[in-house]
Write a protein that binds this ligand. Structure first.
Ligand code: 4AD
Ligand code: MG
Length: 463
């Protein structure tokens, strides 16, 4: 039996395969001089060069068009061309699916530069493009690296429900889940929604298992049509018992650094492709993609309190003679313009902001002794802004009850959550990482819709 190989396997171990007979399958990227086929099977950004055998029937040669899928039986030889180390001398070719050149012209598969917006309109074909292939492979490696990190640090992977009754964050709209038709009873006999976060359930699990993390889809029906918001996105939420805010920040920083290092170690070909792509096409004059990743690794993150952040922004307005659109007042939620200023202009490294005013944060965060601020923390990254939001949780029953009342949260739906504070309550903390925002940062994409296979945003669920 002849071994079936992926193109990655062949190119990574070129010399080993020389003079060996192999089977390769993939889609044709180009066909030049009626002899050279560039084949890609998605396993790598690189293509395999195939030399067409002279003995192939005309009938088959006619079907060798861009986009067609083929199987090639051949022998690997050393290439005399400079572009590649090895190539495949074909003995036999089987056509799986023919692609008519007429439809290729109208599609994003035509080999020329297409805008990322146009790629989004042909979401079903995006996976066959170089750029989206890179992004999807990186997305996979990031997800894998994240599971590896938590597994190696003693965390248990927890599956929290997608259908819930409450809004953990307390802000923004939720998507309702219902089977209700006129005159019928609803399925769960109560109002249910798609979850905005698995945190509350993760807390209950951490209070028995010690360390857990979630990695799943969450849903937010906010009408935020921005380059950083999706209506359906993926979130990672670790939750740790016996953990204070500072330990939580330390974990988040270590985690982000290890993941960025992991992707540099495991996806360098795809990252290099994106680095060059962005250098060539990006209009913004910012650090290169590789430089941005290196900055995450090189420096400790800047840690400042919310109050210090407000002070800096106020001072900068006066000193640099700039005017923010939203004026800076203690108690306001920091807007994207303020976060961008602190990260991109002022510190130029990732920034952790902690101790936010309680009035702008969710009910579950622990109140500080000043009575005004909570043990919250956000991590802001260059270009994309908030990548992580987390906190130490309020573990004191009475205080939590008070916060639930103060924030007009429905206490009756939270009895099971409150209950945990009566059975050996402990200080505990956690955070949520927006996975798609991390992929956006690592791939340098300016729009979050370009890093997820089928983006869901307001007015957009076409595919
Ligand atoms: O800051 P958020 O709302 O925090 C929580 O949901 C907490 N329950 C997390 C926790 O402590 N366990 O969301 C966490 C992260 C944000 O920092 C951001 O990166 C991302 O989720 N995020 C979004 N990503 C894409 N589209 C959206 N609409 C997002 N909203 C938040
Ligand atoms: Mg947040």
């Amino acid at each position: 039996m002849v071994k079936k190989c992926s193109i990655k396997e062949l190119l990574d171990n070129g010399n080993f395969f020389i003079n060996k007979k192999v089977l390769v399958e993939g889609w044709i990227r180009s066909f030049r001089y009626s002899i050279f086929i560039s084949l890609n099977d998605g396993s790598t950004i690189k293509n395999l060069q195939i030399i067409l055998s002279r003995t192939l029937e005309k009938k088959i040669i006619k079907k060798i068009t861009i986009g067609s899928s083929i199987q090639v039986l051949g022998i690997i030889t050393k290439s005399i061309g400079k572009k590649q180390n090895i190539e495949l001398q074909s003995l036999d070719i089987k056509i799986y699916g023919y692609t008519d050149p007429c439809i290729i012209h109208k599609s994003i598969l035509q080999p020329k530069k297409h805008s990322l917006e146009k790629l989004r309109e042909q979401s079903h074909l995006r996976f066959k493009t170089n750029i989206f292939g890179c992004i999807m492979r990186i997305r996979h490696h990031l997800a894998f690296g994240i599971h590896k990190y938590f597994h190696e640090h003693g965390f248990f992977y927890l599956h929290t429900p997608i259908i819930t009754t409450l809004n953990c964050e307390g802000t923004g709209e939720m998507f309702q889940v219902t089977t209700l038709k006129k005159g019928t009873k609803d399925f769960f006999k109560r109002k249910t929604y798609l979850s905005v976060s698995g945190q509350l359930e993760a807390e209950t699990a951490a209070l028995g298992l010690g360390k857990v993390y979630t990695f799943g889809p969450v849903f937010r029906a906010e009408n935020s049509n921005t380059s950083r918001h999706l209506s359906e996105f993926w979130m990672i939420e670790p939750e740790i018992s016996f953990y204070h805010l500072e330990e939580n920040i330390n974990l988040a920083e270590d985690f982000l650094k290890v993941i960025v290092k992991y992707i540099l170690d495991n996806s360098i070909e795809d990252l290099s492709f994106l680095n060059e792509y962005l250098k060539r096409w990006s209009k913004k004059k910012t650090n290169s993609l590789m430089e941005r990743l290196e900055i995450v690794l090189k420096y400790p993150f800047q840690r400042i309190s919310y109050t210090e952040a407000i002070k800096i922004l106020n001072q900068e307005e006066k000193k640099q003679n700039i005017k923010f659109f939203h004026s800076i007042i203690w108690g306001m939620d920091l807007q994207s313009e303020h976060e961008q200023y602190l990260v991109n202009k002022y510190f130029k490294i990732p920034v952790v902001i902690f101790d936010y005013p309680s009035c702008i944060k969710a009910f579950y965060m622990r109140i500080n002794n000043d009575g005004k601020t909570v043990k919250a923390m956000d991590i802001l990254f260059p270009e994309i802004g908030e990548v992580i939001g987390g906190s130490q949780r309020e573990e004191r029953y009475e205080m939590l009850l008070q916060r639930i009342k103060d924030t007009n949260t429905d206490k009756n739906k939270l009895w099971w959550y409150l209950d945990t504070r009566l059975f050996g309550s402990v200080p505990h903390s956690g955070f949520g990482l927006g996975f798609d925002r991390l992929v956006q940062f690592v791939t340098g994409m300016s729009n979050i819709r370009d890093v997820i296979p089928y983006p869901r945003t307001p007015d957009n669920a076409k595919f």
